[in-house]
Design a protein around this ligand. Structure first.
Ligand code: ADP
Ligand code: ZN
Length: 289
């Protein structure tokens, strides 16, 4: 048995790692994200050090094409990130070594880790929501990552504006009409003119944030009836937020349907900031099946 590889491809940094088949991490390296070709050359130089890699799991920032029948499958789609639009990420790797790859979004990688060993280990239906620079979700139904015409874009779901919120929103497409425009880290910071980390726990910011994330949880509940909704990402590090989301959820949901008890239903990520890389290893093993 050879090794498993992991590529957690973020907009700021790439985390590269190798593990054995028991998921013990043997080596790890972080590189800064440059343009597509420069970055992939560094990725390949890293994995060139290991001769016996059986498969690699890739969890990449989006938007990416993950429709197997698409002529642009494996590429990065239109993005403002310089040197990435249309870049053939997966093709470059396949040209290097023709081994199995699992190609998916960054948030799907983290969702898969939570499903395997984290907050959703007992579940077949899970939603993992990350709230950081952007908002995204990985959705698992019947033990499979949900994809349709493309990957879901949960961050851009429409939400109702909170009556105490004057902010014009920061989504370049939807302004203050979508979740990400109102509730991602940069929206919190632009609304109040300071770093989200520095806002006190009783600040209005968290009342608004809890309401928006509760609306997302209500919508996910109505559409997917997951067994658990897991919250991760930088903003979810606020310790008071989860209890506030549960309270806002109860108000918005109005007991319409049965859910698990809210302290078991709306929960924090268990694999923490390791979820992404761990998910890549699990997906690499999936690619071998
Ligand atoms: P990224 O989404 O870029 O991968 P993160 O998930 O860390 O990275 O998200 C970064 C965003 O999360 C920033 O807007 C930052 O202000 C916010 N953030 C990070 N840590 C905290 C914290 N402890 N409390 C509130 N917001 C935070
Ligand atoms: Zn939007």
């Amino acid at each position: 048995m050879g090794l498993l590889g992991a590529i957690e491809a973020g907009g700021t940094k790439f985390v590269l790692a190798v593990a054995n088949q028991q998921f013990d991490i043997l080596d790890r390296q972080v590189i800064a994200t440059a343009d597509g070709e420069t970055t992939l050359n560094q990725v390949i130089a890293y994995f060139d050090q290991f001769q016996n890699i059986d498969a690699i799991g890739i969890a990449a920032f989006g938007p990416i094409d993950l429709k197997p029948m698409s002529p642009t499958y494996g590429r990065v789609l239109d993005t403002p990130k310089r040197g990435w639009s249309g870049y053939d990420f997966l093709g470059r790797l396949k040209a290097w070594r023709n081994i199995p790859y699992y190609w998916t979004t960054d948030v799907n990688g983290a969702a898969w880790a939570e499903y395997q060993t984290g907050a959703g280990a007992h579940c077949q239906q899970l939603a993992y929501l990350t709230v950081g620079t952007g908002i995204g979700a990985g959705l698992i139904t019947d033990g499979r990552l949900l994809t349709g015409y493309g990957h879901p874009e949960v961050g851009h779901m429409v939400v109702q504006k909170h009556p105490q919120d004057q902010y014009q929103g920061h989504c370049p497409f939807h302004g203050d009409q979508c979740l990400e425009g109102l509730a991602a880290g940069p929206a919190i910071e632009a609304r109040f003119g300071q770093s989200a980390k520095d806002l006190p726990a009783d600040h209005l910011a968290w009342v608004l944030e809890a309401d928006y994330l509760a609306q997302a949880a209500v919508n996910l509940t109505m559409m997917l009836r997951p067994e658990v909704i897991v919250f991760g990402g930088g903003v979810a590090h606020q310790p008071q937020l989860l209890a506030m989301i549960r309270t806002a959820f109860a108000t918005r949901f109005a007991d319409y349907l049965a859910t698990p008890p809210l302290d078991q239903y709306l929960v924090a990520v268990k694999n923490g900031d390791n979820a992404g890389i761990l998910g890549c290893f699990y997906l690499a093993q999936e690619a071998l099946k």
